[in-house]
Design a protein around this ligand. Structure first.
Ligand code: AHG
Ligand code: MN
Ligand code: MN
Length: 335
């Protein structure tokens, strides 16, 4: 019987047999992410009241200034999951290297690694605009019973077992896939429970929203600017709307629901753009694919890139299938 208003816990239990790699471990991991999310959500919601706004004065491995909430979210996810010993390793945008998780009785028996952007859209924290968390789960490739190595984290996006994001917006939502479509859960803050509010999400095939930091247009390659002119033109169509929050999670979520395209191309100084392959592009690309949308790095699917380093960046474009195909035409990419 289909339960109405199914909770995240009920959903995970019902679906666990259909996870392609199954096992209680992935179930526990998704529940652990749900728990960490509620803690981060609680902190984000009261950030203006307590001393949680602003910079820490530290620069992370990406050369970016760390915010207090970046560190809080990073610590919460790492602590919550490592204390429960659900994964054998975690790589985070905020950590220089990956973290090995183990205890004597576990003896490196856990099978999954987690990669995470704990707080996405940091620059929006201080101004009360939506931020998010993005996560990605892989099965380790090195033998169980041995410590994880970098190889376990440097896997192609195609190998993801699960990926998702949390948006701390006007309501808090957890949206994820385990390779069988995309489902969205909304947090009831009074009960601390996530309910399935957006079952089997599908991105509209067409859209009329384009999202890009157009301030960088002087250093985009010509094909991108030609596409932007096309977005703004009324030649045989209505001009597209420009919408850019500056939090990938929020921009992607809106375009997933309404139809649209998100772009972060390379620039003259940063030829690979800004977004990180492992913590941002791969999980969002898998969600896009599972929701019927498209994605590319400008030459092919980001999911096929063999990563060479943990904090690698790539140009990234994702959105409604037909809009991505239009863009590919401007970039001379084969459809
Ligand atoms: P993070 O806060 O995790 O560093 O990510 C910020 C990313 C992404 O969320 C967003 O779309 C993009 O940076 C915004 O960059 P610009 O300010 O250059 O537009
Ligand atoms: Mn981010
Ligand atoms: Mn971040």
């Amino acid at each position: 019987m289909k339960i109405k208003h199914q909770t995240l816990g009920e959903f995970i239990i019902e679906k666990q047999d259909s996870f392609s790699y199954s096992s209680g471990e992935l179930t526990k991991l998704l529940n652990g992410i749900g728990l960490a999310t509620k803690i981060v959500n609680h902190e984000v919601n009261k950030a203006g009241l307590v001393d949680l706004i602003g910079e820490v004065g530290e620069i992370n491995v990406q050369g970016e200034s760390q915010q207090k909430l970046d560190l809080m979210a990073n610590k919460t996810f790492i602590d919550t999951l490592s204390k429960r010993e659900i994964v054998c390793g975690i790589a985070s945008e905020e950590e220089e290297s990956f973290i090995t998780i183990n205890s004597q009785d576990k003896n490196h028996q856990n099978k999954y690694v987690l990669l995470i952007d704990p707080l996405d859209g940091s620059s929006n924290i201080d101004v009360n605009v939506s931020v998010g968390t993005i996560f990605s789960i892989y099965k380790r490739v090195t033998p169980v019973g041995t410590p994880v190595t970098q190889e376990d984290f440097l896997q192609k996006g195609r190998n993801q077992i699960s990926a998702g994001y949390i948006i701390y917006g006007s309501s808090t939502m957890l949206v994820f896939t385990t390779g069988n479509g995309v489902n969205g859960f909304t947090l009831n803050p009074a009960l601390g429970t996530f309910y399935l509010s957006h079952p089997d999400m599908k991105q509209p095939e067409d859209g009329s929203i384009y999202s890009i930091n157009e301030g960088n247009c002087a250093s985009f390659e010509p094909g991108i600017n030609e596409y932007l002119n096309y977005c703004k033109s009324t030649d045989g169509k209505s001009a597209y709307k420009s919408r850019y929050v500056g939090s990938l999670v929020a921009d992607f979520h809106r375009n997933l629901l309404k139809g649209g395209i998100y772009m972060y191309p390379g620039t003259k100084t940063d030829t690979n753009g800004k977004l990180r392959l492992l913590y941002e592009c791969n999980p969002i690309a898998l969600l896009a694919e599972q929701a019927g949308g498209g994605e590319t790095d400008g030459t092919g699917s980001v999911l096929d890139i063999e990563p060479t380093s943990l904090h690698q960046r790539v140009p990234f474009f994702t959105g409604s299938k037909n809009m991505i195909n239009e863009l590919k035409g401007f970039l001379n990419q084969e459809l």
